[in-house]
Design a protein around this ligand. Structure first.
Ligand code: KG4
Ligand code: ZN
Length: 348
């Protein structure tokens, strides 16, 4: 089926001419559209749904409705910004997992309709894979193999990346993801959602050594992670304040909590590089936006090549989807129109 669509549209692999691909991302609470041509992002629009702030987390039904409401307009704007007409498009790439079932459906149904109407290929994208490839937008000279520390709201994993579609899982979290640890920690501290940026902001004025929070597996030989004990430890620590915590104490706790997460992520990335003897690393996912993490990793690994995505491409966006979509299209990888959403999609 995939081959049939490719042949029908005259796209069967590396034919050399630059492709123009529209990318769409609706896996959670960011509605995003972007246009990529020949590896360059011509436009990228992200609308972060503010509606969830009042609930301290994403409300799936509301998120789906927002995507539904915004998508058409956002796609029109992305095309306009790129100076590209609908009929110039040669492919539509969309995230089909992992993510929330209802929100994924809005993007996938929209994209299937558009691709069918235009008679152009449809490319289903794995959100995790797109996060990894966002690093090529920051550094097009990046070469395989490299190690990827994938740190998002739902994932904390170490991957060895040997090429497009060639991934080996080296280790992952046994319980909470790093982003989840930031989000749950922020909730305990009475800060807003998403928790990562909130904790980072507070931590700037705090002492990271004020509280010794646990760092699971820090000095062990495993490439696994665990953050649930850290969250519990924070919960118990905050009991002492009985709801009356000063700004400075809050900053100290935030800085110490952030440091505990960052220390573990940095050491495990270092271990993965050492074990595989690979010289390059990339960081992917929302937590990669954390400046303290970026500083720590750069300092810890001065003799390695470490790539961080541009800040705007760390959290969810469609530029990474359009970029990977174009790469796949160039490789002749298109999807059948009956491909479904996969809310718990894995990388391999
Ligand atoms: O990749 P992403 O936007 O969505 C998922 O695919 O999950 O990641 C979202 C996660 C959230 O848990 C959020 O708190 C975290 O990334 N995050 C951060 C920062 N910005 C976003 N964590 C730490 N520091 C940040 N600056
Ligand atoms: Zn993401």
């Amino acid at each position: 089926m995939a081959g049939f669509i490719a042949a029908q549209c005259g796209i069967g692999g590396n034919e050399g001419s630059p492709l123009i691909v529209l990318g769409i991302e609706t896996s959670c609470d960011e509605t995003a559209a972007a246009v990529c041509r020949d590896g360059n992002i011509l436009s990228s629009i992200i609308s972060s749904q503010e509606i969830h702030k009042a609930f301290g987390g994403v409300v799936p039904e509301l998120a789906s409705r927002e995507h539904e409401r915004l998508l058409n307009e956002l796609v029109g704007k992305a095309l306009q910004d790129a100076g590209v007409a609908l009929t110039d498009l040669q492919g539509i790439a969309v995230t089909h997992g992992p993510g929330l079932a209802g929100t994924l459906l809005t993007g996938v149904c929209f994209s299937k309709g558009l691709s069918q109407g235009l008679g152009i290929p449809f490319i289903a994208i794995n959100h995790l894979e797109a996060h990894i490839f966002a690093n090529f937008l920051a550094d097009p000279t990046l070469e395989y193999p490299f190690i990827c520390l994938l740190v998002s709201g739902g994932h904390t994993q170490l991957w060895q990346v040997d090429g497009l579609g060639k991934y080996r899982l080296l280790g992952e979290t046994r319980d909470d993801a790093a982003g989840e640890a930031f989000d749950k920690g922020a909730r305990i501290l009475g800060l807003g959602y998403p928790g990562g940026p909130e904790i980072e902001k507070r931590a700037k004025n705090g002492n990271p050594e004020a509280v010794q929070f646990p760092r699971s597996f820090l000095n062990s030989d495993t490439m696994e992670f665990s953050f649930s004990g850290l969250k519990t430890s924070l919960l118990y620590y905050m009991d002492r304040f009985a709801g009356e915590v000063s700004e400075q104490a809050l900053a100290d706790v935030a800085a110490s909590y952030q440091a505990a997460i960052i220390d573990v992520l940095t050491e495990k990335l270092s271990l993965a590089l050492e074990r595989t003897n690979i010289r390059s690393a990339v960081i992917a996912g929302g937590v990669a936006a954390n400046r303290a993490l970026r500083r720590k990793i750069a300092k810890r690994l001065p003799d390695k090549k470490v790539v961080f995505p541009d800040l705007i491409h760390c959290t969810d966006n469609a530029a990474m989807v359009a970029y990977l979509g174009e790469m796949k299209l160039n490789d002749g990888q298109v999807s059948p129109l009956d491909i479904d959403i996969v809310p718990n999609l894995k990388l391999s």
